[in-house]
Design a protein around this ligand. Sequence first.
Ligand code: ADP
Length: 552
Amino acid sequence: MNRPYANLSRRMTAMALLVALIPLNGLGLSLYYYFNYANNETLKEELRIRALNRASAIELFLAERTALLEVLAHSARLTQLSNEATLSRLLSVMNRRSWSFVDLGIIDAGGDHRAYVGPYLLKQQNYREAPWFQQAMLKGVYISDVFLGYRQVPHFVIAVKHGGDGQEWVLRATIDSDVFNRLVRTAQVGKTGDAYIVDKQGRLQTPSRLGGKVMDRAGVDLRAVPPGISVKERVNRHGDEVISAYAWLDHGDWLLVIDQNPKEMLGPLNLARNVELAVLGLASLFIIAAVLMLVRLFIRRLQANDAERAALDAQLAHSARLVSLGRMAAGVAHEINNPLAAVSELAGEVQDILVPEQAATLEEGDVIIDNLVRIQNQVERARGVTHRMLKFARRMEPHLESTDVNELLRETYSFVEKEALFNNVQVKLDLDPGLPLVQSDRAQLQQVLLNIINNALDAAGQGGWVRVNSKVEGSNLAVRVSDSGPGISRDLAERIFDPFFTTKEPGQGTGLGLSISHSIMQRLGGSLELESQAGMGAVFVIRLPNVAPEAP
Ligand code: ADP
């Protein structure tokens, strides 16, 4: 492809790609980002709601247990509760619905155990210094953080102070960690979801699924957690990106944390997003391929059209040159005719004057007579040439006239006779003497005959033969031109009438001869066809309607 076409092709490709790909990819990428955003927001909202629900459930759990203990502390007397049999019965009644209390203890104002029912040996312990005891004495009701205590097992307690009737004592119950942990774990979803409670010091109050034990550091920056419920993207202590929902529990010291790995939760949604991206990619590739193909096709078409136009322009210029050449020839022939007539006349006069008797008296008189005859002959010959030139020039103008096809064939042959002789090609004219005259355009018909005979001579080559036959065929006159050349294969036969199709060396053929001849024959109401069979020389048939010439 030469430069202007390559530039045009580049510009068209760039333009088409910009126009097609920018809106498509703009739309696709906006959808992609919207997908991402919407998916994340959906997950965050879902986590917020889950945190709210689970926090309410945990608060309800603690509130129910606290209320139960409060009713007990305020309605029973110390003497009643100091009886361990009574206390044990109360514990089993309280655990009847759900097993959530591990033990119950009554501790007097001095911190000593008055009564204890439960699996540990704590009866002798004094709790005066225990923070939960001090807080319960101070606030009336206290839910502790998880601590080891005398039993050296992580646990937490709910302590309720009895007071008002002059006696102060504390009813303390240990909450079953398994039951409580199970409750917190209900906030976990999927394979990677995690839910746990953290105290104000950032220590785990329930185990974390991803390896954190109770009382370990949870890796949550509590200062960054606003009050109430909040959701945040963060990196957890394992280095994974997670979305965390935080909910401060009512009594304000515990934080429920729900971690979710967005990759797991958003898997199906992200798949849809990725499919969208893949479709976008494929559509873009398809558009690029289509644009490249179309532009190539268009440029090829353009190139072919331009070449065709250039060749037609050249043909037109050539024809115009021929027309002016014809006119010039006519002028020249006319001009030469007069002096020739004069020469002939003068030679005739001298001949008339010089009667044979006189000539005999002259020295070399017979030579003079002989030369005069020669002059007359040469003048006649020159006249013949000028007449042919005049006839040819007249034929440049297109018009219908009475045409003798046989005579036209002989004349056309006379144009190429020298060449045929030179190339040692035997030409045989096999013309039907009964061929009628027809109404046609002699000049154009001669152009066609010349083309076909020239092609046949080219194909026959040195030592070959060409046969030209004319005859009447139904309502047509048919002229067959056969040659001894290589013939035309089936493949080539489909293309030889295409403009610019040539198998000849560059500069030898234009590939226009057959296409122009074909259209001339159509214009003249006839046809031009290839009749030869593969493997044999070519046979072209020119058919003309047998239309009688108009009366002059
Ligand atoms: P050009 O002669 O300039 O090539 P044409 O349109 O006259 O253009 O012919 C087109 C092609 O048809 C030729 O190049 C040649 O391959 C084929 N052709 C035409 N006449 C003959 C023939 N008599 N024998 C074999 N091939 C022919």
